[in-house]
Design a protein around this ligand. Structure first.
Ligand code: 5GP
Ligand code: MG
Length: 183
């Protein structure tokens, strides 16, 4: 079943654009100040990386400044690695210039328990010491198990635990959209 539509293709487009504007405003990325932080978007594979790519393009379009872009595989940092089936390792890529002293914006598609983000923070620690870390997600579906919240949220969606959200992005799925499925 297709499920209930939460975001249409144009909603996804608008939401990414809004988050890009919010990142520009909150990070003062376009301020031109010598002491303004170096902004690095780090996507969490797979769809977080795709969203980070889209955000970087929008941020460049709106501000004239292209943020650095990387991706962070968190598989090895999960605290439930032993109890879950392993999936193939994704690629971690760190942009030239690294993350030392940077303002890192982690980007993911869905925020749920917070455990992926906690793992990402562990992963970042092995790459350097950012000045600050922020979090951008397309969907916050609630049910946090850790004291983690997002700085940029596309849409807050109250869900039941048994429900599932599909995030479709044209790069992977042929078209954009977000749907809610009952178990
Ligand atoms: P958490 O670690 O916060 O429990 O879950 C977030 C991670 O799992 C994200 O990387 C996200 O891709 C995935 N995830 C968790 N719940 C959902 C969901 O309902 N739909 C989708 N598409 N991904 C989810
Ligand atoms: Mg994911």
């Amino acid at each position: 079943a297709a499920g209930r539509e939460l975001l249409s293709p144009s909603d996804v487009h608008r939401t990414v654009a809004r988050i890009a504007h919010q990142i520009i405003e909150k990070t003062a990325l376009d301020s031109g100040d010598a002491d303004a932080p170096h902004v690095v978007l780090m996507g969490i594979p797979t769809r977080g990386t795709t969203l980070a790519n889209r955000l970087a393009a929008k941020i460049e379009e709106f501000s004239g400044v292209r943020p650095a872009l990387g991706s962070l595989d968190i598989t090895l940092y999960r605290d439930d690695l032993r109890s879950r089936p392993h999936r193939p390792l994704e690629r971690t890529s760190v942009p030239d210039g690294g993350i030392e002293n940077a303002l890192v914006v982690l980007v993911d598609d869905v925020l749920f328990s917070g455990r992926t983000v906690r793992s990402a923070l562990d992963g970042l620690r092995d790459l350097g010491r950012p000045r600050a870390v922020q979090l951008a997600v397309l969907i916050d579906r609630g049910h946090r198990e850790l004291p983690i919240r997002a700085d940029y949220v596309g849409k807050n969606v109250p869900t039941a635990r048994a429900e599932d959200i599909s995030v479709l992005l044209s790069e992977h799925d042929g078209h954009d959209g977000v749907y809610l499925h009952q178990e």
